[in-house]
Design a protein around this ligand. Structure first.
Ligand SMILES: *Cc1c(COP(=O)(O)O)cnc(C)c1O
Length: 365
């Protein structure tokens, strides 16, 4: 029977198909404040406010007319480029559609029903969802009172069922970084058959002298995989490109399980151009970090007790984060509320000033 249907009487039939319980139990995706309104500054997604390097825009433009062709199956060119830049064999590098998609791939490869994945909490909001999709159980270890990872408690949380431990440094959303020695000791404390995923999305903004050197750690620990992204310091969030570094054997198996052509041609081209514009990236990072210093100094003058944030964002552990975010939006910027506090990205100077006005008033409450 053919029925004509206008959108108004669009009564969808109920699907009889049932998805795996782990999937059906996921919370529905709620898009964040978009900030697409021109007058709203977006300080809720940890993007840099600068456009990508001119060489990146040029490369994308030049390659746009070639997208009728498939890209390399596994982003081979970008792997080679990264290999040169990092001094690591290309066999130890896996590229993909943003580091979150690599994280998903690696978790699926390493953990499943009955397994456990340990990570600090609060951390990146994608972690619990990605773990749930694998069927494994999340073991969340509370952050230290200052928002860092309690690595000793995390090591103690590892059991025979633990397949993966995730470490986020600097941690999103608290902007607290672990030190190289802490991570090294942590790796020594863990069984060699537990995979450790080090999420280094904000590594460029960590200017502490004790910063983790994951390339050094990779030489000693074949159970370590470091994840990095072009979304933050390189300003390519909209294109989706990230990479994972690890032992060749692990990387090779995980690559075999990945979606072919997982890195699109424009993202590959742009990421290569971004790697070859180190001065531009350096300037962006310097500007963001200079603003971060200015903002933190001002926050302290306002009476906030803030540590030294090591990401391109800062964290205020306030008791009314949702009220703060709602007021921020009324004043022209977005902030990211969590139950334990609010995360604010370092953005344009004008946007940071707008945020400081509100934090100043909040400090008086
Ligand atoms: C932004 C971010 C990423 C990057 O994700 P992409 O998929 O590469 O854009 C990864 N991990 C954390 C903790 C982040 O905050």
């Amino acid at each position: 029977m053919i029925r004509s249907m206008t959108s108004k009487e669009n009564v969808e039939p109920t699907p009889a198909v049932s998805l795996r319980p782990a999937i059906a139990g996921l919370p529905a995706y709620v898009p964040g404040a978009s900030g697409e309104d021109e007058k709203i500054f977006k300080l809720s997604s940890n993007e840099v406010p600068h456009p990508p390097a001119p060489a990146v825009v040029e490369a994308i433009t030049k390659h746009a007319s070639g997208v009728n062709r498939y890209p390399h199956m596994y982003g081979d060119d970008l792997c080679e480029e990264l290999s040169t830049h990092l001094g690591l064999p290309a066999e130890q590098i896996l590229v993909g559609n943003g580091s979150v998609s690599l994280l998903e791939l690696i978790l699926k490869a390493a953990a499943g029903t009955g397994d456990e994945v340990v990570y600090s909490w609060r951390s990146f909001e994608a972690y619990p969802i990605l773990v749930q999709v694998t069927g494994a159980t999340s073991i969340q270890v509370p952050n230290t009172p200052t928002g860092g990872h309690d690595l000793e408690a995390m090591a103690r949380a590892v059991t025979d069922r633990t397949k993966v431990v995730m470490v986020c440094t600097p941690n999103n959303p608290t902007s607290v970084a672990a030190t190289h020695t802490e991570i090294k000791n942590f790796l020594h404390a863990l069984p060699a058959d537990v995979l450790v995923l080090l999420d280094e999305a904000y590594v460029h903004f960590d200017h502490s002298e004790t910063r983790v050197d994951s390339l050094d750690l990779l030489r000693e620990f074949p159970n370590l995989i470091a994840l990095r992204t072009f979304s933050k310091a390189y300003g390519l969030a909209g294109l989706r490109a990230g990479y994972a570094l690890g032992a060749a054997e692990l990387i090779s198996s995980i690559r075999s399980a990945s979606t072919p052509f997982g890195l699109n041609a424009l993202a590959a081209t742009a990421a290569t151009a971004a790697l070859n514009s180190p001065e531009y990236t350096h300037n962006v990072v310097q500007q963001v970090c200079a603003e971060r210093t200015r903002v933190v100094d001002e926050l302290r003058k306002q009476g906030w007790e803030v540590g030294d944030p090591q990401g391109n964002f800062y964290w205020l552990p306030i008791s009314d984060p949702y009220e703060f975010a709602a007021e921020a939006l009324r004043r022209g910027f977005t902030a990211r509320p969590f139950p334990e506090g609010v995360r604010i990205t370092i953005g344009e100077v004008e946007a940071n000033d707008l945020a400081l006005e509100l934090t100043g008033q909040w400090a008086q409450k």
